[in-house]
Ligand binder design. Structure first.
Ligand code: MD3
Ligand code: FE
Length: 226
């Protein structure tokens, strides 16, 4: 597997949405496209939208079915939200903590996800779930697959904000070797096709200070859950 990382700017297809001007077309490889800096022009607006979501559904540390408390704090917006507890993993239309539906998906989120999926060759991606992950130094995500969604033909779009992280992109077997992929503020990654069920994780976040987020990383993951 080769991973080619987008280092230039994006095509000028979406200037109404505030994307950078035309430069180099995005590079897609089987399974992964990294659109470097795609979200940067909208970073403050995205973080304001995250604040709106967390006002209704605060970040919390979920418990795994095995009884471990996750180091990454999570919340959701959209029609469905990903949750974990002693009973298992699932998508739930309600926040178990409040009993209320998850906050609506901000239009800015939906548009960015659609635009990124489109640039990576996945037309008409309409996410119905957005998992928001909050990393503080030391927080990590162990190797796992995302397989609670109903439609594996849809890609997953991820938006990285704040401190840089090292994403580990593995293979279709847990024991396959992993490739480290650095993800920095503003990067939007699209995962799909044959690698949609690849094992992946995030290394423990290193200490640091980001101008907008301080000692934090926020990752938005857009999914089609049903
Ligand atoms: C690659 N989140 O929430 S980005 C997750 O940075 C998750 O917070 C990471 O893994 C983060 O489940 C990684 C998103 C991601 C999601 C699904 C994938 C990458 C993927 C599925 C296959 C390959
Ligand atoms: Fe994942």
């Amino acid at each position: 597997m080769t991973i080619t990382r987008q280092t230039g700017l994006l095509p000028d297809l979406f200037d109404d949405l505030g994307a950078p001007a035309l430069s180099v077309p995005p590079v897609a490889v089987p399974g992964l496209t990294v659109l470097r800096g795609l979200a940067t022009p909208q970073d403050r607006a995205l973080l304001a939208a995250v604040d709106t979501v967390t006002a209704g559904a605060p970040f919390r540390h979920l418990v795994t079915p095995g009884g471990y408390t996750m180091s990454v704090a999570m919340t959701n917006c959209g029609r469905l939200g990903w949750v974990s507890d002693r009973a298992g993993y699932r998508y739930d239309p309600r926040d178990p903590q409040t009993g209320r539906p998850w906050p609506a998906m901000p239009d800015l989120f939906t548009c960015l996800a659609l635009r990124a999926a489109d640039a990576a060759g996945f037309a008409d991606f309409v996410p119905d779930a957005c998992l928001i992950n909050l990393y503080e130094p030391g927080a990590k995500l162990s190797l796992h697959q995302d397989r609670d969604e109903g439609d594996f033909t849809a890609p997953i779009v991820s938006v990285s904000l704040g401190l840089p992280a090292t994403f580990l992109f593995g293979g279709l077997k847990r024991t396959d070797r992993q490739m480290p992929v650095p993800l920095i503020h503003g990067d939007v990654a699209v995962w799909g096709g044959p690698w949609r069920l690849a094992y992946h994780g995030v290394r423990a976040l290193k200490a640091g200070t980001h101008p907008l987020l301080g000692a934090r990383r926020i990752n938005l993951t857009f999914r089609k859950a049903v």
